[in-house]
Write a protein that binds this ligand. Sequence first.
Ligand code: C2E
Ligand code: MG
Ligand code: MG
Ligand code: MG
Length: 287
Amino acid sequence: QAKKLGGDGYHHFASDMHRATQQRMEMESEMRHALEAGEFELHYQPQVGADGVTILGAEVLLRWQHPSRGMVSPGVFIPIAEESMLIAEIDRWVLAAACSQIRAWLDRGVEPVQLSINISAAHFQQRGFVAFVLDTLEHYELAPECIELEITEGALIRDVAFALESLRTLRGKGIRLAIDDFGTGYCSLSYLKAMPIDKLKIDQSFIRDITRSGRDAAIVEVILQLSHQLGLSCIAEGVETTIESSWLKARGCQAYQGYLFYRPMPLHAFDLLLRRATEEGFRALRA
Ligand code: C2E
Ligand code: MG
Ligand code: MG
Ligand code: MG
């Protein structure tokens, strides 16, 4: 009896594994197709200053409009793309699309804001990454200050010397660099000392509980202090309530990103926001 159950269990396990692998491979080839078929699009989530109104920039977030599955979240497809190095192609597509959009705004007389672009750790560590970024900026005739690259702690620790050189080159050209999901990775504080970065993005998992958990509050407070002392900028991610934003503001936080202010939005909505900001000034946005 036991043996029979064990046998069934194994078969279930094996076929589950098989199915998972098959699904992953299927999604991989669908992503390849999606790149060519134009199923990916950029959404934009504005980042605001301490007044809650001034738009400091926007994070570019990838969306996949799948013909039959509907909207697939990047939380689902990015990890699969990361396993196959397809991520580099996707990241490059995003970077080029974002730069092309900034160029379009400039050509139309719309004042663009700085766009933050997510770079996967696997892609960051590839030879040729830095050159691709610089070539893309040059191709669209953009000043390096137009973009900010968001990398995670994982991108820095695998090959420290290589990471340091890449960051130095990028920052030397004037490209802004932010550490995404700060506090959730494996970075030791000595990296912060050594790495030429501009900004820390406090992970939303800490923000979520600042008003309930003394530990999370302490961590966020320390990150804010650390960034001030090191002369880095700092932005709070995932700010959803006014209680959270007031708490952060009282501790000197200068930049905010979260549903309380704006959700990620498609191009037409963000475009409208930028045009209003250009024509009427930021104050009009909340009126
Ligand atoms: P991330 O870079 O940390 O992006 C922030 C995520 O938090 C986004 O999820 C955003 O929609 C979400 N978010 C923003 N404000 C709030 C809030 O107030 N509450 C809550 N609950 N969530 C909020 P999204 O768009 O689903 O992206 C998930 C992750 O996928 C990103 O995390 C990033 O790691 C990755 N990703 C997205 N686009 C790209 C891309 O173009 N390239 C790469 N390599 N990764 C990307
Ligand atoms: Mg990000
Ligand atoms: Mg993040
Ligand atoms: Mg993330």
